[in-house]
Structures are given as C-alpha cells and as structure tokens.
Design a protein around this ligand. Sequence first.
Ligand SMILES: [Ca+2]
Ligand SMILES: [Ca+2]
Ligand SMILES: [Ca+2]
Length: 176
Amino acid sequence: MAKIDPSAVDVRPRGRSRRRLLQLLIAATAVVGAVGLMAGPASAAQTCTGAADSNLCLAINGLGGNTFAVHVGIDVHMSLEKAQEYIDDPGDPFIVWIRGDDSGSLAEFLFTVPRTALGASAESGLSGDFDITVPGSLLNEDTGQDEIRAQVFLIDTDTTHTDATFVSNRIVGNWS
Ligand SMILES: [Ca+2]
Ligand SMILES: [Ca+2]
Ligand SMILES: [Ca+2]
C-alpha cells in the first residue's frame, strides 16, 4: 500500500470541488425530480407561476391510502425591509386557500392550508410555505375530473387590508 503524506494533501481545492459537486448533484436532482413529476401519475404534480411580481407554487403528492400532501410555496418579490415589516406585524401576513376551478374560474372554497415557514430575504422578498395532509375527498370538487388552484392573500395585519391576491396555476386530478 502506498504511504500517504497528509501534508501533501491540499484540502482547500478538494473542499471547493466537493461543494461544487454537491451543487451539481442538487441541480441534477432538481431536474430529475421535475421530469419525474411531469412524467409521473396524476398523484404527484407541481406547478409554479414564475410571475414577475411573485412565484406561487402548488404541489399535490399522493401518500397512499387516499391521502394527499398539499404544499403551497410563495415568494412575493419586495425589499427586505418591506418583507420584514409584514413579518413583524402581529398575525399571519398570508392566508392560503385551496379552491376548485370550474371552467377556468375560481370556484368553491375547499380548505385552508396552514403555514409551516415564513421568511424575508433580499433575493426573494417575503416567502411562505404552507402544508397540509388531506383525504382525497377534500380535493373532490366535481363529479369526475377535479381542477384545483391555490389562492393566496397578502394581508397587512396592522390594518387588515388585503394588499394583494395571488392565484396558482391549476392541478388536475381525479379525487374521490
Ligand atoms: Ca372543476
Ligand atoms: Ca367544482
Ligand atoms: Ca372528482
């Protein structure tokens, strides 16, 4: 076996390349994940708006046993200072509803999605994550095929004024 001289090992480039490799792996995983979702069954779906003022994502993943994990994530682009102001106000700056979509228009209210994370950053503005696990019956908004959208209200809780409303793209399923 060859002897290794520890002083000959330069750890800095190795650490850097390892981090770079990790970044590549994360990027690759994200691409594979996205392709997998699109090609997969209707039980796993995600859609994001990527709008100029915000990015609103809705994801529904089947967990088996007719239960579904519903995830909503939103970035509302604004200054860090403004985002922090929303966070510092008492109460939740976001209210998230899941609604049916009939003929392309928002229809029946189905349920609210509770907050799991809230943050402010210079890159994204005001960000929130919302998660709930529901039985398929709660997503069953029509006989036969169902269309689901998330509707997000941005509230200034100081004044209870609704500053903005965002609507996700829809996810189509066949829940019961
Ligand atoms: Ca519908
Ligand atoms: Ca409906
Ligand atoms: Ca249905």
